[in-house]
Design a binder for this molecule. Structure first.
Ligand code: NAI
Length: 354
């Protein structure tokens, strides 16, 4: 379906899991490209998919649930595109979407935002800034229990050396840390010292996760991995919660094996993160227990949240939607389950995925 810019046919987009900070940037870029966003606070799932009726596309974030059932419904309603406002797409059944609904994402909006947040969490944790902040607000100027350690000279193991992982590595090098890395597809001529996953677990003082969540990486950090790690290891996860078996993590902390955990993501975050739950009793025992630990810092999937990133997300998403509904309908940021498969991938030939 072609919807030329400047014609009187607006592209209608059902925008799920909308937050105030989304509306400002999306309305701004949408108006410039004849795209009308209908904002819904609810997340997309099998119960809420009906809200997409009458829309040309849906716009979703990390905790919307784009299952095969949701996709079938979208297709039935004539929705032809799922526009992710994120780079990760583990919440979309891309195989089920193939042939029905085109999926586009924002491959990079600010890798700096995420890498810098990972560092912020790490420094906060190891220098006990969160504790010092609370103390001095109550005029408690005692230093007791606030001893940290130098990052300089420590070994950091980085899992996933893509856009975010590489920026994280550069920052770590600036601190004078030794960097080792593991990636299923190591970058050639990058000057990065790649090691096996097992070696990384054994040698790292700090481990930071920057790989996607896939069937192969689910619970990459589990009981066995933790057993191999150094006593006192600090684990930083700004990627996806499912990379860590949270129960094994909690046990590792209780056994004093893990020195600290910095978590921006949590496997069961979907119904918890991004909302104010301060007046409620949290039903997730595991998360409650983790948060209660003195050496665990949790932020609520906040790593992306900078002004630069929000603007880039809105601009790229609007461009993705625009290019799909334009004359040739090709969008560089389209993805499908065949992406990366040299024989089947059509992207290199500048075609749509299907
Ligand atoms: P990227 O695609 O540039 O890099 C991912 C890297 O992981 C690639 O080098 C890839 O080869 C590697 N990889 C793939 N499978 C692997 C495996 N089995 N084991 C080890 N490495 C593997 O992605 P980018 O932009 O660096 O993002 C990384 C992740 O960060 C995303 O997948 C997403 O889950 C997360 N993210 C989190 C945000 C937040 O707000 N907390 C915001 C943006 C991304």
């Amino acid at each position: 379906m072609i919807k030329d810019e400047g014609s009187d046919t607006m592209i209608k987009v059902a925008f799920y899991d909308a937050k105030e900070y989304d509306k400002v940037s999306f309305e701004h870029y949408g108006e410039q490209h004849d795209i009308q966003f209908r904002f819904f606070e609810t997340k997309l799932n099998e119960d809420t998919v009906e809200l997409a009726k009458g829309s040309d596309a849906v716009c979703v974030f990390v905790n919307d649930s784009v299952t095969a059932v949701v996709i079938a419904k979208l297709y039935e309603y004539g929705v032809r595109m799922v526009a992710l406002r994120s780079s990760g797409y583990n919440n979309v059944d891309v195989q089920a979407a193939f042939g029905k609904v085109h999926v586009v994402h924002v491959p990079a909006y600010s890798p700096y935002a995420v890498a810098e947040h990972a560092i912020a969490l790490l420094l906060t944790s190891i220098r006990r800034i969160h504790k010092a902040y609370n103390r001095t607000r109550e005029f408690n100027f005692s230093l007791s229990g606030l001893t940290g350690f130098d990052l300089h000279g420590k070994t950091v193991g980085v899992i996933g050396t893509g856009k975010i992982g590489r920026i994280f590595i550069d920052i770590c090098r600036g601190f004078g840390m030794k960097v080792i890395a593991y990636d299923a597809f190591p970058a050639k001529d990058s000057g990065i010292e790649y090691v096996s996953l097992e070696d990384l677990f054994r040698k790292s003082d700090i481990i930071s996760l920057h790989c996607p969540l896939t069937d192969g990486t689910k619970h990459l950090i589990d009981e066995n991995a933790i057993r191999l790690m150094k006593k006192g290891v600090v684990i930083v996860n700004t990627s996806r919660g499912g990379l860590i078996d949270a129960e094994a993590l909690l046990n590792g902390i209780k056994e004093r094996k893990i020195g600290a955990a910095c978590l921006d993501v949590y496997e069961e975050e979907a119904d918890i993160f991004f909302e104010d739950r301060s007046g409620h009793i949290l039903n997730d025992e595991l998360l409650s227990r983790l948060i209660s630990m003195p050496n665990v810092i949790v932020t609520s999937h906040q790593a992306f949240l900078t002004e630069e990133a929000l603007n880039n997300i809105a601009e790229t998403t609007v461009n993705n939607i625009r290019s799909y509904f334009s004359k040739n309908g090709i969008c560089d940021n389209e993805l499908c389950y065949r992406c990366g498969n040299i024989e089947e991938c059509k992207k290199d030939r500048k075609e749509r995925c299907f």
